[in-house]
Ligand binder design. Structure first.
Ligand code: HEC
Ligand code: HEC
Length: 227
């Protein structure tokens, strides 16, 4: 049995869907750009110190101490990881948040099995790509599949030092090795979305290939964490 509140929510979700269908052809151009623009560009930043607000591995090359360099690189990576485009999907408690101020998701979303509450999955509203609103600024974000990070991968509000320890812990990070983390950061479709977030949203700093290159440089320097 659906509770009345849930029924109401579902009705409005359907209204949202109708609206989406009506404006689907207005879909955000950037969403058509395929993800995975990372892999082939990983080494392209020689001589470049900073790109779109994110430092490149080259800007850390004068640090000769591996521990210090790795820590500094991870702190730079945190500008991406802790950016609202990523952290909105990596909450430590509760459901997803939205916007640059990371406010609670509207309508309220609880954490189901990642796909949302059983009665209303994320894909009730979130499609394969971003869809611009027909009658106002902004868009409904989308990617395939669209889902919430598990609680063990929640880090919104963490310090870079806490985040670093957590993200390396294979008991928390989905059993990923450091190599797997490089791979994830370089090619994952939800990571990619943060640079193609749809109308009305600020992208994460840098670009995905640079974030991948930083992750790689961090691992090469020993994957040490900031203090
Ligand atoms: C009833 C429809 C609906 C459902 C179900 C839904 N969302 Fe959303 N979500 C939206 C809309 C609409 C927005 C855009 C809000 C805005 O910015 O205008 C949004 C925005 C978001 C954002 C914000 C992105 C950003 O950086 O600002 C995240 C993250 C998100 N949803 C995650 C989820 C997850 C995870 C689920 C499933 C657990 C989910 N949503 C279920 C409608 C929904
Ligand atoms: C739409 C929601 C969503 C967005 C946006 C998102 N993630 Fe995730 N993230 C997930 C989910 C779901 C998983 C778990 C996937 C799995 O284990 O296969 C995950 C896993 C990860 C992992 C694996 C290791 C760990 O400990 O968390 C990393 C690293 C990660 N995300 C980084 C990012 C970064 C960086 C961004 C932004 C550039 C980002 N994510 C944006 C949903 C999201």
């Amino acid at each position: 049995m659906l509770r009345p509140a849930m029924t109401k929510l579902l009705t409005s979700a359907c209204a949202t869907l109708l609206l989406l269908a009506a404006c689907a052809e207005k879909g955000d151009e950037t969403a058509h750009k395929d993800g995975h623009d990372g892999a082939h560009k990983a080494a392209d930043y020689a001589g470049v110190m900073e790109l779109k607000g994110l430092k490149t591995p080259a800007s850390f090359s004068s640090m000769t101490d591996d521990t210090e360099r790795a820590a500094a690189i991870f702190t730079e990576m945190s500008k991406v990881l802790l950016h609202p485009r990523c952290s909105n999907c990596h909450p430590r408690y509760g459901g997803p948040t939205q916007g640059d101020n990371m406010e609670p998701h509207e309508p309220p979303m609880v954490r189901g099995a990642g796909l949302g509450p059983d009665a209303m999955g994320c894909d009730t509203c979130h499609g394969k790509e971003n869809v611009a609103y027909a009658s106002m600024e902004g868009s409904v974000p989308g990617a395939e599949p669209w889902l919430l990070a598990p609680e063990s991968m929640g880090w919104a509000g963490a310090t870079p030092a806490e985040l670093c320890v957590q993200i390396k812990d294979e008991n928390l990070n989905g059993g990923r090795s450091l190599e797997d983390l490089i791979e994830h950061n370089t090619v994952d479709h939800l990571v990619n979305w943060a640079w193609n977030p749809g109308e009305g949203r600020t992208p994460a700093p840098g670009e995905q290939a640079l974030f991948g290159a930083l992750t790689s440089a961090w691992v090469e320097a020993g994957a040490h964490c900031p203090a």
